[in-house]
Design a protein around this ligand. Sequence first.
Ligand code: TYM
Length: 333
Amino acid sequence: MNKEIIVSGIRPTGNLHLGNYLGAVTNFVKMQYEHNCFFFIADYHSLTTHPNPKDLHNNVRQVLVEYLACGLNPEACALYIQSDLPQIPELYMMLNMHAYMGELERVASFKDKVRNQPNNVNAGLLTYPVLMAADIIIHKASKVPVGKDQEQHLEMARTFGNRFNRIYEKEIFPEPFAFNYGKELVKIPGLQGGGKMSKSDGDGNVINLIDSPELIRKKLSRAVTDTGPNEMNTKPSDAVQNLFDLMKIVSGEDKLLHYQNLYSNCAIRYGDFKKDLAEDMVSFLTPIREKIAEIDANHQLLKQVVQIGKEKASESANKTLKECREAIGFKPF
Ligand code: TYM
């Protein structure tokens, strides 16, 4: 098999949730043994929300612990913290010189931020896709395991890489594409009936990998449903469909079919359905939660992992940056 260069990252905003796990990390775990992989904790990216220093460090540590608990192997991949690589902001600065206001203002995630947090529309938010492009192309990645929500950012990474190649007349960057093992990119739904599972819609919308069994039961008991099917209407609402989708993942096809049949026959009782889903969710997440607790106690391991990751990722980033500096005309005397 042809080895691809793969890059992906997650912003440290607290604990990983089921969406991060199924949309991204499960793919990382498989890919690390098949390709040349770089996985990182995107702490520069989280500065757009102005975290306090203590929270930032704790969140970075938490993602590192959870990456390892999910099965990332620091010997099989380069596992590093973004801010350990000053080469990334240098490339980001170079790319910014050829990134235009108009194209950045049109990015959907930027428009969402302008709408949802009008008091903090900073330049870092506007240029977020440029930093993300730098993360990816600094290692010359061709594949990027991400969930569906990141598709537009990937398109921009291709735009900025191609533009740099064209302007400086060098073939430095290949085109990176979103990638997972399925036919389509994954979108894990939230519990509140809306779109994707996301922390920005509150903790009640997400199932975190470290949530206790009691908390998982509580969140699922409060998950949004509807008034139920009747003879006139046997198409599930979006909220109920979301719960079916989650059931397919954590309980399997047979149980899903059972509840879908009950639904079609107008015999479903949402209370029982949600209880059953909660128990399967607990079984699905318990091994990961236990592993998180084990790794969390091993500070020495974390220190070593971060050091090895920094060395591996720096080696690759230095090579690319040298080519970029020369292409631009920064030459040693
Ligand atoms: P972030 O931190 O919001 O999410 C991390 C990863 O989890 C995926 N994800 C989901 N997938 C399916 N369903 C969901 N409900 C769901 N919620 C989150 C995201 O698609 C993502 O893959 N900008 C990125 C982080 C980043 C990055 C990069 C990713 C920075 N630089 C370079 C790849 C390559 C972000 O904010 O993801």
